[in-house]
Design a protein around this ligand. Structure first.
Ligand code: SAM
Length: 318
């Protein structure tokens, strides 16, 4: 059916993200020794503005994620929604920032692929085994569950199933919880993404939700972005919720979150540690400064908090 085709096109977007991240790391924009195990080759050259855009995305998200884990002194859990082939679990392990448990959710077919890579690549499976203490490691074709890392195959549009599966794998609603969605909610209708955000607000009393996605989709540049994806049968069903920074924050403030902030990526880029930004700007010559600006103005990070335990979550920023 049409909706199966659309879902398949959405699943394929996790390869785009990984291919672009792999290319940018091959150019030393940032380090990721694990991404090579998820994409075979470095692949075609990407334009410098694309690499800088991914740099801003990864550094921007990591900044808030790491700050939350530090505030909670690792006594917390992370749930990466629509995680695709993301490598954050291994980075946190290497940086001694492992939360009590790291959860990932994606469609079952994406999860099956990721688990296959983990099973067959020792540099991926070793850290998982090292952080596991008993003989109960679950590693079958469709799910992975260890003490510290759990990957669940589920459709985020089916909240009761999501909630049930997370609880089955020892999700603890009492722990400070960081939820992350990176280019995921935009593939759902505004009602479906609101449900996800609402479920999170209802489930956790001390939490932060970081959402990275498209912004300003109603202007000409935004329309071109939408058309490019449509050409691949990929529908940005949630583009409407990405009209403005205000609408990004609204989604959270309307569904039970106490506090929300949102910035476009041009602003985030200007607030990242400038010595590192200087370093990456010397990596490749960028001819089209305006193109980078336009691109960065069409993505945003929105983060929302609830803070019953008074960790000081609401103060986290750039
Ligand atoms: N977050 C990863 C990253 O930034 O590298 C992957 C981003 S990729 C653009 C979007 C991911 O969201 C895909 O892996 C896709 O399968 C997943 N996704 C989209 N809609 C979903 C849904 N309804 N249920 C589960 N996963 C979904």
């Amino acid at each position: 059916t049409d909706s199966d085709t659309a879902d398949e096109a959405v699943r394929a977007t996790c390869d785009d993200a990984t291919i672009c991240k792999r290319f940018a790391t091959s150019k030393s924009y940032w380090k990721d020794p694990y991404i090579q195990y998820f994409v075979r080759s470095v692949g075609e050259r990407k334009a410098p503005e694309i690499n800088r855009g991914y740099y801003a995305r990864v550094q921007g998200v990591n900044h808030l994620l790491d700050a939350f884990i530090r505030k909670a002194e690792c006594d917390c859990q992370v749930i990466n929604l629509g995680a695709g082939l993301d490598t954050t679990f291994w980075r946190l392990k290497d940086e001694n920032l492992m939360p009590r448990k790291f959860f990932e959710v994606d469609f079952p077919t994406v999860v099956a692929r990721k688990i296959h890579y983990i099973k067959t690549k020792p540099p991926l499976s070793k850290p998982l085994i090292e952080t596991h203490s008993t003989d109960s490691l679950l590693l079958d074709a469709h799910s992975l569950d260890s003490d510290r890392y759990c990957i669940i195959g589920a459709d985020l549009r089916d909240i009761s199933n999501l909630d049930e599966k997370l609880k089955k794998f020892q999700l603890n609603p009492e722990l400070p919880t960081l939820l992350l969605s990176e280019c995921v909610l935009v593939y759902m209708t505004p009602a479906q993404s609101s449900n996800v955000v609402h479920w999170a607000a209802e489930t956790f009393h001390t939490a932060m939700f970081i959402n990275y996605e498209q912004l300003n989709m109603s202007d000409r540049f935004g329309q071109v972005m939408i058309e490019n994806l449509q050409r691949r049968q990929c529908i940005l069903a949630g583009a409407e919720a990405c009209q403005s920074l205000e609408s990004q924050k609204e989604r959270f403030l309307k569904t039970g979150w106490e506090h929300a902030d949102a910035l476009d990526m041009m602003t985030v880029y200007s607030m990242l540690p400038q010595h590192d930004v200087g370093r990456i700007e010397r990596l490749e010559f960028l001819d089209e400064k305006e193109l980078l600006q336009q691109l960065l103005q069409h993505y945003s990070i929105c983060w929302a908090t609830k803070d019953k335990l008074n960790l000081g979550n609401a103060q986290l920023c750039y």
